[in-house]
Design a protein around this ligand. Structure first.
Ligand code: ADP
Length: 593
């Protein structure tokens, strides 16, 4: 309005302030401008009509003028009613056109045509498409009908029996043109403002997306760095406690060492949960395929959990379907243990009396696959039905006082749900508040055929790996010492390197069968070192067996894409270390099966 009608600026601004969206503001401006022009035109008609004693014209113009003034007031004081004003304005316009054609002019003249155009514009711009079409038809109809009655001879315009004073006609025609131009100008302004606004918003949106992505990347980097920093010393605690436990400590020390190891493993599981959620959100996780004995695996995980339960004076039972004993499956033990650890951890945490039962039931076992139902039942506080959905959300706990009373992060079940998705399974919850809860899920595993011999021998004999020439690249002093000691237990005397550059040089100057390569090292990291080794001219050296040695359980894809042969998670457990080395030695035909 500022530039178009400065005289009324003060009052319309007030009216415009009440409207928020640009389209409504533009419509108010257009109606306002049309009304002002209409008032002006009716006043001119009244003055000139009176001078020429054209009383019917004067009367009609006066009535219309009063209506227009009333409508202008309405728009100014009650801008929300602008649509009502527009309807009335358009209807008056149609009445003026109809009366002009049939009562006064008996033909279609320039003013009538201009009026029809104004009605078209006003109805479309102010009232939208449907009303626009409706009123346009109403406005055009009298013109069409007049052709039927009076023909389409425009020469009659000037010579018809009725003639409004010619000066008046010229002024009105000019005013009509000006109002047509003004309405278009206002509409065009609103249109270009809308486009500019859209571009501005798009720009803002792009900025916000970039910012959000940056924040997400920072969060993700922070979590990875923190988890790595926390895990490095923790790995040493877990590893050293395992080594100490293997050194036949006194009974009294054994108990303390076990507690130390369990606490470190708990903390380790929590850190993995945090890091995993980060990776799960970005779909970076894939399942590993490792052969392992399901019953042994379950018993191993449950040792620590059973101790936790006993400490709370709870019964702990692990019931494995006899049909599943001595069954070797091909799956991802890390992810499976994460599921069990989280569910059983919760069951113990939320149970004060009674016990926790972990059950593995064989649903269907064919020669190559087994469908197994895992269930974790407790006699704890239970979960009310209205919380059954929300507890699976990230950082959500059933009751607000849960953290205070039981601790926890609200991360566990969200992770379980996501990890089960990787297994194409889902979690089922049955619970009665005050009586307990049962969480269960079903997974179909590929079975691995094992020799009868293996099945009967629960502690298979380790092969002699002492001839393996192993290079370890690890920058952390404690971890280096730890893996060296662990390898010594397997009678392997490893060569040590403190970074990628040293490892690469050492490999070029010696003949190693296998390299255990830490990923995050100064000078040259494990990925770069491996790529450099793989591109060596000497094919023997280039194809050396390299195992990624990592604390991060979420980089499998990256590891395999880089050209590593396998990976080993820290903290390294003696059995895993042996299994991976044995697998490498068999593949390289350094030992026989
Ligand atoms: P956290 O255990 O760290 O709080 P979870 O995601 O593992 O987070 O669990 C979310 C919530 O679900 C818990 O805070 C608790 O309120 C409820 N919940 C989970 N498991 C059980 C259970 N076995 N018995 C009772 N409530 C449970």
């Amino acid at each position: 309005m500022n530039s178009t009608l400065p005289f009324f600026n003060w009052s319309l601004r007030k009216a415009l302030n009440t409207e928020k969206d640009n389209l409504s503001k533009a419509r108010i401006r257009i109606i306002y401008a049309m009304l002002l022009f209409s008032i002006l035109k009716t006043i001119i008609v009244i003055v000139i009509g009176a001078a020429y004693h054209q009383n019917e014209q004067v009367a009609r113009a006066a009535v219309a003028c009063l209506f227009y003034i009333a409508l202008t007031k309405l728009v100014l004081y009650k801008p929300q009613a602008y649509k009502t004003a527009a309807h009335i304005m358009v209807i008056i316009g149609i009445m003026i056109v109809t009366t002009s054609i049939f009562l006064f002019a008996h033909s279609v003249n320039l003013q009538n045509l201009q009026f029809v155009f104004m009605i078209l514009l006003g109805s479309f711009y102010a009232l939208g498409g449907r009303w626009g079409v409706f009123y346009s038809i109403l406005a055009v109809l009298p013109v069409l009908v007049s052709f039927f009655f009076y023909g389409a001879d425009y020469n009659t315009i000037q010579t018809s029996s009725y003639q409004f004073a010619s000066t008046g006609l010229i002024i009105l025609a000019i005013l009509n043109f000006i109002s047509l131009i003004t309405v278009h100008y206002l509409f065009y302004n609103a249109f270009s403002e809308t486009i500019a606004e859209k571009e501005r918003l798009n720009h803002q949106l792009e900025n916000s997306i970039t910012q959000a992505n940056k924040l997400a990347a920072t969060k993700s980097n922070f979590l990875s760095t923190m988890s790595h920093e926390l895990r490095t010393p923790l790995n040493s605690v877990v590893g050293i406690s395992e080594l100490l436990l293997e050194d036949n400590p006194e009974e009294r020390q054994k108990e303390n060492l076990k507690i130390l190891q369990l606490s470190a493993r708990d903390l380790h599981a929590l850190i993995n949960n945090i890091l995993d959620f980060n990776k799960l959100e970005s779909d970076k996780l894939v399942l590993e395929d490792v052969n392992f004995r399901l019953d042994e695996f379950m018993q191993n995980i449950c040792i620590g959990l059973a101790k936790k339960a006993r400490d709370k004076q709870l019964d702990f039972k692990l019931e494995i379907d006899p049909a599943l004993e001595h069954t070797t499956i091909k799956s991802d033990p890390t992810r499976l243990s994460q599921l069990i650890y989280n569910l059983v951890g919760n069951a113990i945490k939320f149970t004060e009396r009674g016990g926790v039962t972990v059950r593995l039931s064989n649903i269907e076992k064919k020669h190559s696959q087994a469908k197994i139902l895992f269930s974790v039942a407790d006699t704890g506080i239970g979960i009310s039905p209205d919380k059954h959905d929300s507890i699976f959300d990230l950082f959500t706990q059933a009751e607000s006082h849960t953290t205070r009373k039981y601790g926890g992060t609200g991360l566990g079940l969200a992770i379980v749900k996501q990890v089960l998705g990787l297994f194409n399974s889902s979690l089922i919850l049955e619970s009665i508040p005050g009586e307990g809860s049962t969480f269960s899920f079903t997974i179909t595993f590929d079975l691995v055929a094992t020799k009868v011999n293996d099945q009967q021998d629960d502690t298979p004999k380790r092969k002699n790996l002492s001839t393996l020439k192993v290079l370890v690249a690890e920058d952390n002093d404690v971890n280096r010492l730890l893996i060296k000691k662990q390898l010594e237990k397997l009678n392997i005397n490893a060569t040590l390197a403190v970074n990628g550059v040293e490892a690469y040089n050492s490999h070029c100057n010696n003949d190693f069968d296998l390299i255990l390569m830490d990923l995050h090292m100064p000078e040259m990291n494990g990925y770069e070192t491996t790529k450099k080794i793989r591109s060596l001219k000497d094919r023997m050296k280039a194809n050396v067996y390299i195992i990624a040695f990592t604390a991060s359980i979420s980089e499998q894809q990256e590891i395999l894409d880089t050209g590593f042969d396998d990976y080993l998670y820290k903290p390294v457990n003696m059995n895993e270390l042996y299994n991976k080395l044995e697998k490498a030695a068999l593949e390289k035909q350094l030992i026989t099966a």
